[in-house]
Design a protein around this ligand. Structure first.
Ligand SMILES: C[S@@+](CC[C@H](N)C(=O)[O-])C[C@H]1O[C@@H](n2cnc3c(N)ncnc32)[C@H](O)[C@@H]1O
Ligand SMILES: [Zn+2]
Length: 381
């Protein structure tokens, strides 16, 4: 039939729009990994029988997968304002035998969320562009202890490549850096945490990742009243960056000088606390083989790297080596020789470490010296 095709994604069958309906009803195959992660996240939770709201549902792919694949959700409240998309949602529920486990609302997400204050265990928000316009509604719709998952596709604003937009949309002072997705994710987490704190919740990020065109952060909300202020004080702060020497640092207060002696440029207020709950990420990883994940190998690779990421800032080794005209050492060498180090899921040549630039350069120079020594030892033999 014109405007409709059928596909399989994960463990479900989906009726999806093709031209000319594609403009009015949304389905994006490249977000299947985001849906995989949502399913694994919910499946890995201890809780049973969660009440879930899919607040910007498109054609319902995420809701249908949550209902069919997690084994933790008996009912989903599905909200979407496009009439054409809502038709697809009904078809997709029916095709998968789920029509009696969902309530579908053709209405504005914010109106729905504000009408359902304190109602949900899990609120998913997957907008076009920025989630800022729905965040408060999502927090208000959460129970005293709940989970929230947030997608953002306005990467340019979040990573500070369009600082005026970052300021007016997020209230964050930002600059362009060579660790754009780290900044984007930390800015998104702090935005969620500040929105949560306005309603006396703490927001604890449990997994935060970048994939192709979007950021996604999923975490826990807990009503903690006055403690939320202390929590923000501990977990938000400033990222310092020097565009001249590429030194960087993350702290709760204003730092001194960078490696080259200039003033640091600052990004603030942003998230400096942990971005993942490693135990939860490992639980998700352990479930991949027994869940109908659509992208199993990619998801495993991503979860493995994320489970090892340290709460530090990344250096792009190629960038540093080219800036200082040094040879690029193997990443393995730096991972072994720098403190609190790990690979980085969003930067193929990145190394996360608590070391300041001075010590990163020392480690690179040490590698060069070792190389030269072993060459001259070989020549002497
Ligand atoms: C990126 S799509 C969602 C995709 C879906 N979550 C998935 O995984 O396939 C965003 C959806 O939000 C809908 N939308 C945008 N603004 C809305 C609003 N204010 N209230 C309800 N739905 C809205 C759009 O029609 C679109 O279908
Ligand atoms: Zn400097």
């Amino acid at each position: 039939m014109e405007g409709i095709s059928e596909i399989n994604e994960g463990g479900v069958r989906l009726i999806i729009p093709s031209d000319p309906l594609r403009k009015k009803a949304f389905y994006n195959p490249s977000a299947s990994l985001s849906r995989d992660m949502t399913v694994l996240f919910i499946k890995a939770l201890g809780e049973k029988e969660l009440e879930v709201c899919d607040s910007l549902a498109g054609t319902g792919a995420r809701s249908v997968r949550i209902l069919k694949e997690t084994g933790k959700v008996s009912r989903v409240w599905i909200v979407e304002r496009s009439h054409e998309a809502v038709d697809f949602i009904h078809h997709n529920l029916k095709v998968n035998g789920l029509a009696n486990r969902a309530y579908v609302f053709e209405m504005d997400a914010n109106v729905f969320l504000y009408q359902h204050a304190g109602f949900f265990d899990f609120v998913d928000m997957d907008p076009f562009g920025s989630p800022i316009y729905y965040l408060e509604g999502a927090v208000r719709a959460a129970k005293r202890k709940a989970y929230i998952s947030v997608t953002a596709t306005d990467q340019k604003a979040l990573m500070g490549f369009s600082p005026r937009t970052t300021m007016r949309r997020y209230g964050i002072r930002a600059i362009k850096t060579d660790m754009k997705h780290e900044i984007g994710l930390r800015n998104l987490i702090s935005t969620i945490a500040f929105a949560a704190a306005r309603y006396e919740y703490v927001f604890i990020p449990m997994i935060s990742f970048h994939h192709i065109h979007y950021y996604r952060v999923i975490g826990k909300l807990e009503k903690r009243h006055a403690y939320t202020g202390d929590y923000l004080k501990e977990n938000t702060g400033i990222i310092h960056y020097c565009p001249y020497c590429l030194d960087r640092e993350m702290s709760q207060s204003f730092a001194g000088k960078c490696y080259c002696g200039r003033e640091f440029r600052s990004i603030y207020p942003t998230w400096i606390g942990p971005m993942h709950d490693k135990n939860h990420v490992l639980k998700m990883l352990a479930l991949v083989d027994t869940t109908p994940v659509h992208n199993p190998e990619e998801v495993k690779k991503l979860l493995k790297i994320i489970s090892r990421e340290t709460n530090t800032l990344p250096y792009n080794i190629h960038e540093i080596a080219s800036h200082y005209k040094l040879i690029v050492p193997p990443r393995k060498y730096l991972l072994k020789n720098l403190p609190d180090s790990s690979a980085v899921h969003h930067m193929p040549y990145g190394v996360k470490t608590s070391a300041r630039l001075e010590n990163v350069l020392k480690a690179i120079n040490q590698f060069v010296e070792n190389q030269e020594k072993s060459i001259s030892d070989n020549e002497d033999r």
